[in-house]
Ligand binder design. Structure first.
Ligand code: XMP
Length: 329
């Protein structure tokens, strides 16, 4: 695709002139396509001067850390430091129920992790990175902090994406954001030009704040995170089994803060309710709920209720965006 090749060449030149011949940069990889493509692009220019970090914030999906690390080392040849911040992150989230407060707390812990990563580079390798690479896309910018002239102001902010507008003044990083003018499908095209493996490119998006925005209310109590991981894995594996993964923009499970009455065996139960969501979309800005066949919903629902302890009800979200957003928080 000639126009994407132009975009790539232009961005490589821009990164080159922004960073210069000697400076170092860090990049936080999320496991998603955006940060992987941003890292691959910046890596073309900086090589060993790019230092990647993957922060395990304790809000990842089932086996996500292992899966993502294998993809980075096998296919992308990026040197990646793994930071386990799950304890610190979950400690910050105790008692936090408001969606925006959750996002802010997670954003703050991410910043702290970057700072610590930079300090480690300085202490152990005497490298002082001046730049931070981020896979910010155009829709992230619009929805988090509407650009001047767009007719929307800050009071119209829909969600604070943790990777936009949340950097404190004293962070002392200059941002490299090579995808800032692109939509997701363009990022995928760019990734192919950069030899990012197809498995990575086709991955459904996963939000930076992770499962925290898929557990309504306090994420730290009971065993919610593990329960949601189990349900999510069953849902996604079933979607793959039915050959539907590539037809769907994004699919996931949501943990609801309620209990419902059920009957399992001859026992009355009062257990958790899980909502499933799957949408089609071009760019994440608008979305339609995915019309699964009844057979699929029936299979998934019985798999979940049979396998996951404490879940006795599964509901399917039939809301488009707008009026719903894709994530529930
Ligand atoms: P919403 O829920 O706003 O989601 O309709 C649109 C797309 O953005 C993803 N999303 C995020 N991605 N950081 C991210 O990197 C975030 O804070 C964030 N919040 C939502 C969401 O998964 C969907 O693909």
């Amino acid at each position: 695709n000639w126009s994407m090749q132009n975009v790539l060449d232009d961005q490589l030149r821009r990164v080159q002139s922004q960073v210069g011949p000697h400076a170092h940069a860090i990049c936080a990889l999320s496991g998603g396509v955006d940060s992987a493509v941003a890292a691959a692009l910046v890596h073309r220019v900086l090589g060993d001067r790019l230092h990647c970090v993957f922060v395990d914030h304790g809000l990842l999906r089932y086996k996500e850390r292992e899966r993502v690390c294998e993809m980075f080392s096998k296919h992308l040849h990026l040197s990646v430091t793994i930071m386990d911040r799950s304890e610190q992150m979950l400690a910050r989230l105790v008692g936090v129920t408001d969606p925006e407060a959750k996002r802010k707390a997670i954003g703050a812990e991410f910043i702290k992790a970057f700072q610590d990563f930079r300090d480690e580079l300085m202490q152990q390798q005497e490298i002082k990175p001046a730049f931070l690479t981020q896979g910010t896309l155009y829709p992230d910018v619009i929805e988090s902090c509407p650009p001047p002239g767009s007719g929307r102001t800050h009071s119209h902010t829909i969600k604070s994406h943790h990777n936009v507008g949340g950097l404190p003044k004293d962070l002392q990083f200059e941002l490299i954001e090579p995808l800032k003018e692109l939509f997701k499908d363009e990022v995928r095209q760019l990734g192919r030009l950069l030899d990012v493996p197809e498995d990575f490119i086709r991955r459904h998006p996963f939000p930076g704040p992770g499962l925290a925005v898929r557990i309504l209310g306090d994420v730290t109590i009971e065993n919610k995170l593990d329960e949601l991981r189990e349900v999510d894995e069953i849902f996604i594996e079933s979607i793959r089994e039915f050959g539907l993964y590539d037809k769907i923009w994004q699919a996931f499970a949501v943990f609801l803060p309620i209990r419902s009455v059920g009957v399992q065996g001859d026992q009355r139960t009062l257990s958790h309710v899980i909502a499933l969501r799957a949408v089609t979309s071009m760019d994440g800005m608008t979305a339609d709920w995915y019309p699964f066949e009844p057979k699929f919903l029936q299979t998934v629902s019985s798999r979940i209720c049979n396998k996951v302890r404490n879940v006795n009800r599964v509901v399917y979200d039939v809301t488009s965006k707008p009026p719903g957003t894709i994530e529930w928080e």
